[in-house]
Design a protein around this ligand. Structure first.
Ligand code: NAD
Length: 343
């Protein structure tokens, strides 16, 4: 079986090579992204493997199907870049729903500690033999109210980590799990009480710009905001305004609204055309990592393993438990424990 793997990065390739050898899949690696201009690279392949910024729109799906490609294996959880409706009847699509929730939750805490205890500033200072402590004052986490929005796989691990620090955790979830022992409050109460807010809910119509200009007024002055979920949960312009007004104490961002054209690429030595991102990065109290929270050895192995399992199951049975099915038009409700073909 031959699979064209697009947007391949040096850190992706070893785990996929291992899985390919183990399961008899011939992965062909392309560093270019999949789009209408590059789709012909999949000629002669049984499937394509894509990541978050590949374009799998109706035109690409039709070209793939016309070439005889049957499998679309996403090596990520999110699928907002895929036209699943177009895939129906042509390509079997599958994703990796969870690869390492610990990696993301631990990165959220790493960013938070770095930011609040000014580790990023101290690192640069001491490299330059500057041992001054001026401007490096942080605050203690123990006993502080932290608000967690979204208490799924990652949110719960983040809550456990915060409890380890002796923090006072409150949470909001659209679907609260009352048996979890988590102290759920309304979103407004969370905004009003939290010294730190960490976002762990998915991006959808309801959560788009969850943090916006009007929510700024509801937040505590000096609040620290952590986003390792999806960029568009925060209105980046409003965040910048909140920082300039000294309303937001600090922001830790692993994701950014307009990250698609920037993240995962090296722009050093170039002019950054995204003014909002450039301004945010220039702020002393903003820490940005480029969608790095998942990037651990464990997550990379899990992603490659689940992707390879999905490919084998789709080729053998025509369905798999991680298939993104559009049969009934509701992808979410079709997920999990699938035991029959969509088409
Ligand atoms: P999950 O599905 O296990 O949990 C999501 C939680 O959000 C659920 O409890 C759900 O009920 C809740 N939720 C749904 N709609 C909501 C709403 N409108 N308001 C509040 N809560 C709502 O997901 P997860 O595995 O914990 O992942 C969380 C997010 O982390 C994902 O959506 C993804 O965007 C992001 N993520 C980021 C990285 C990274 O590298 N930065 C990696 C993986 C996942």
């Amino acid at each position: 079986m031959k699979i064209a793997l697009f947007d391949a990065k040096p850190y992706d390739i070893p785990a996929f090579k291992r899985q390919g050898e183990l399961r008899g899949i011939d992965f062909v690696f392309y560093d270019t992204r999949l789009c209408a201009d590059t789709v012909t690279l999949a000629e002669g392949c049984d499937g394509v493997c894509v990541f978050v910024n590949d374009t799998v729109d109706a035109a690409v799906v039709d070209r793939l199907a016309a070439m005889g490609v049957k499998i679309l294996a996403l090596r990520c959880a999110g699928y907002n870049n895929v036209d699943l409706k177009s895939c129906y009847g042509k390509l079997h699509a599958a994703h990796v729903p969870a690869y390492s929730p610990y990696a993301v939750a631990e990165h959220a805490m790493a960013m938070l500690l770095t930011s609040v205890r000014r580790i990023h500033k101290a690192y640069i200072r001491t490299k330059d033999f500057n041992f001054s402590l001026n401007g490096l004052t942080g605050f203690v986490f123990h006993g502080k109210p932290v608000g967690v929005i979204g208490t799924g796989r990652i949110g719960r691990i983040f809550i456990d980590i915060c409890r380890g620090f002796g923090m006072n955790v409150i949470a909001y979830d659209k679907f609260p799990d009352e048996s979890s022992g988590i102290n759920y409050v309304s979103l407004d109460e969370l905004f009003a009480k939290s010294d730190i807010i960490s976002l762990h809910c998915p991006l959808n119509e309801e959560t788009h710009h969850l943090i916006n200009r009007s929510t700024l007024d509801k937040l505590k002055t000096g609040v620290v905001i952590v986003n390792t979920s999806r960029g568009a949960l925060i209105d980046a312009e409003a965040l910048l305004e909140g920082i300039k007004l000294r309303k937001i104490g600090a922001a830790c961002l692993d994701v950014y609204e307009e990250e698609e054209d920037v993240f995962f690429r090296d722009f050093s030595g170039h002019i950054m055309s995204d003014d909002t991102l450039a301004r945010l990065i220039s702020m002393p109290n903003v820490l940005v990592t480029s969608h790095q929270a998942f990037l651990t050895e464990e997550a990379l192995e899990n992603i490659a393993e689940t992707t390879a399992e999905n490919i084998i199951a789709l080729a053998r049975d025509g369905f798999c438990e991680n298939e993104l099915c559009y049969r009934c038009g509701r992808v979410e409700s079709c997920r999990g424990g699938k035991r029959e073909r969509c088409f």
